[in-house]
Design a protein around this ligand. Structure first.
Ligand code: GLU
Length: 504
């Protein structure tokens, strides 16, 4: 049975790299009809954030990742826990870790370390001065029975507990068989005698991760390359416990296009923020799947179902993945385009409300035709939903713009004004049926231009500008007819009049 896990620390937001880890573990499990487990690694008590699990699960739900064991959201969106191997919160498994740390002491594979913070600090300074890597000097590794008793007593008096350290082998090599990177050999002598149990009785990551992966019967540890340096320590811990280690698959780092490390600044990399900016969950998943994985075909658009079908660890690259926001924009625009006008409108409404005001949008919400018409006009141009406010503000309120924007490049202000006056009279005479249908309006205005022997630009440019106040927008006919459909003929005449006045 394939069993993978996603084991985040509850930091309060979901890093884009974390989404990738969850996605790959999920895809691998689903592809192989296995199980995926959500375990929360909260042993670093300094990094705890209230509500982090709740937030994490909401994000996972939006992007379509679910877990078979561990934490999940019930129908009321309450965080619940399920599965035989729980608890799935590490802070509720302390006794298990403590028991196994003691077992390692008995086996001679771990030892109490009584060194004070102060001594360790001095040691670090000495090593830094000698330009040596910081490493515990194994001061407590071979204490005699009496010394241990004395030190225990001393610690008790000082009111502190010893920690437990793992005895790393001092010679030989440890090999990690990684499914992506192949066999990696580590020299044991460079491995630090890692603390496995802290003085507060909490395990460190290394001990907890090994014990949990074992008891949760994880078959494949799937995680980012940043954990590769930890892997030999884990392999040695499995050996010390006489347990079989799960298979490991580490996937490449995510870098910026300039090859610098992806920022850790929450605002740049939080999945929540990408969603809030109007990247569709499906697009984000599609994009993130390609951060290190590649189907090795031409196909670039993948639904979750496609991904589950095609995901294969053999197609994970060793080279770093490049986080290219332009590619995300492109994928997102394709997903936006694939929505129906009605679906897209529902997605856009919160963005309109935010950019333009709930009050202004309210009248259009019940009968959504106007909003749908606008959404349809912008559909092929939108890269993300949050752009909609800026792009379509003029559909809800009169635009502000500089008078010279009205003047077509081959024309003058005076000429423009004369033409707009003629246009005003002409539009004023048209019935709503001609104005409201783009095709009718287009036919009519082309006729009008022909009869007056105007050139297209000198009329259509100022018309479009008067309606939108923008130098770029959808075309003059669709903008004008859509405006009439939503705000009435009076509105377009008002805007034309305002343009004429500007040219005075
Ligand atoms: N808790 C670790 C993290 O925050 C898990 C690393 C692992 O998957 O072993 O990513």
């Amino acid at each position: 049975m394939i069993r993978t896990r996603f084991a985040p620390s509850p930091t309060g937001y979901v890093h884009i790299g974390s989404l990738r880890t969850a996605l790959f573990a999920f895809l691998f499990a689903r592809h192989n009809n296995g199980k995926v487990i959500l375990r929360v690694e909260d042993t670093d008590r300094t990094r705890l954030v209230e509500g982090a699990v709740d937030n994490l699960l909401k994000v996972m739900k939006r992007v379509g990742i679910n877990f078979d064991e561990g934490f999940y959201l019930d129908n009321q969106n309450q965080v619940k826990e399920r599965g035989e191997a729980g608890p799935y919160l590490q802070s509720q498994r302390l006794q298990l870790y403590q028991k196994h740390a003691l077992e390692l002491i008995e086996k001679g594979r771990a030892y109490y370390c009584f060194c004070s913070e102060q001594r360790l600090e001095e040691l670090r300074k000495e090593q830094a001065a000698l330009k040596k890597p910081p490493m515990y000097d194994r001061h407590c590794r071979n204490l005699a029975k009496e010394q241990i008793a004395e030190e225990t007593e001393r610690c008790r008096k000082e009111g502190r507990n010893p920690v437990i350290r793992f005895s790393m082998p001092q010679e030989g090599q440890t090999v990690l068989h990684d499914l992506i990177y192949g066999d990696i050999t580590y020299e044991n002598k460079i491995l630090d005698d890692q603390v496995i149990l802290k003085s507060d009785g909490f395990p460190t990551y290394h001990l907890a991760v090994v014990i949990d992966d074992h008891y949760m019967q994880i078959s494949h540890v799937i995680r980012g390359e940043e954990w590769l340096p930890s892997a030999p320590k884990h392999v040695l811990l499995y050996q010390a416990f006489d347990w079989n280690a799960p298979a490991h698959a580490h996937f490449p780092l995510i870098l910026n296009p300039d090859k610098s490390k992806l920022s850790k600044r929450q605002g740049d990399v939080a999945v929540e923020d990408f969603l809030a900016r109007g990247y569709l969950p499906e697009a984000l998943v599609n994009f993130v799947a390609f951060l290190g994985w590649n189907p090795k075909t031409e196909q670039e658009i993948f639904s979750m179902e496609d991904l589950i079908k095609q995901f294969d660890l053999a197609k994970i690259n060793k080279a770093a993945a490049i986080f290219d926001i332009n590619k995300l924009d492109w994928i997102n625009s394709l997903y936006i385009r694939a929505k129906s006008d009605s679906e897209l409108t529902d997605l856009l409404i919160p963005y309109w409300e935010e950019a333009i005001g709930t009050h202004t949008i309210r009248p259009f919400k019940d009968n959504k035709e106007y909003l749908e018409a606008i959404a349809s006009l912008e559909k092929d141009r939108l890269k993300k939903l949050s752009e909609i406010g800026e792009r379509t503000r003029y559909f809800f309120m009169e635009p502000e713009y500089a008078p010279n924007l009205l003047v077509w490049k081959k024309s003058t202000a005076r000429e423009t004004k004369e033409k707009l006056l003629k246009l005003y009279d002409h539009l004023n005479k048209l019935d709503t049926n001609t104005l409201i249908y783009k095709e009718n309006l287009e036919k009519d205005l082309k006729n009008f231009i022909l009869q007056n022997q105007f050139d297209n630009g000198s009329i259509l440019w100022p018309l479009r500008t008067a309606m939108t106040g923008l130098d770029k927008s959808p075309g003059p006919f669709e903008v004008t007819s859509t405006l009439v459909s939503g705000l009435g003929k009076g509105e377009i005449l008002k805007r034309l009049q305002k343009a004429i006045n500007k040219l005075a």
